[in-house]
Design a protein around this ligand. Structure first.
Ligand SMILES: CC(C)(COP(=O)(O)OP(=O)(O)OC[C@H]1O[C@@H](n2cnc3c(N)ncnc32)[C@H](O)[C@@H]1OP(=O)(O)O)[C@@H](O)C(=O)NCCC(=O)NCCS
Length: 153
């Protein structure tokens, strides 16, 4: 099985929505992704298995010298192979090329895999947002992370 990383593209909106819905209980729709792509500051990468099937992606929104990572998803069955890490690395290099100085993201407090990955990648916890994710009749707290980009990497 070979994996390759490619820039995210609007034509994949339906597949991106299916992966997001597979990974999160409040998954985004293809229309949500179409709207993201209408913003020229939206960017990201997909990872494809055997050059045709998207099995994961990462996306971000750049504003001047800061950027927010919207989401990072890898399909079940392809996890713990370093794909999430590789997508983060690709995004990190791109953000650096775009002159981004700080990356931000939110992740649910109870998301063990996401938090481990981001912390291993050097993201630092800078805040908490109580009830940030609405899940049925209750809210789930988000942890806000920041990663400073330096020329040293
Ligand atoms: C979080 C997610 C993207 C990780 O993707 P992945 O391809 O499995 O991650 P990697 O294989 O690159 O893992 C890199 C490191 O992250 C950490 N990590 C990843 N999954 C983990 C888990 N389930 N438990 C603990 N640590 C984990 C480990 O430190 C791991 O290194 P190791 O395998 O050498 O121990 C994937 O589990 C996923 O899509 N989850 C659902 C969506 C989600 O929660 N996204 C993150 C919040 S936006």
């Amino acid at each position: 099985m070979t994996y390759r990383i490619f820039p995210i593209r609007k034509a994949s909106a339906q597949q991106l929505a299916e992966i997001h819905q597979h990974c999160f209980s409040l998954g985004w729709s293809a229309q949500d992704f179409q709207i993201f792509f209408d913003n020229p500051l939206y960017d990201g990468f997909v990872i494809e298995e055997n050059q045709f099937k998207i099995v994961g992606f990462i996306d971000l929104h750049v504003v001047v010298d800061e950027a927010e990572v919207y989401t990072l998803c890898v399909m079940n069955g392809h996890r713990r192979k370093g794909l999430g890490w590789s997508l983060l690395e690709a995004l990190f290099i791109k953000a650096h090329q775009l002159g981004v100085q700080k990356l931000f993201l939110e992740v649910a407090e109870d998301n063990v895999s996401g938090r481990h990955l981001y912390e291993a990648f050097g993201f630092k916890k800078i805040g908490r947002r109580c009830g940030y994710y609405l899940l049925g009749d209750h809210g789930v707290t988000a942890i806000v992370y920041e990663r400073i980009l330096t020329d040293e990497g």
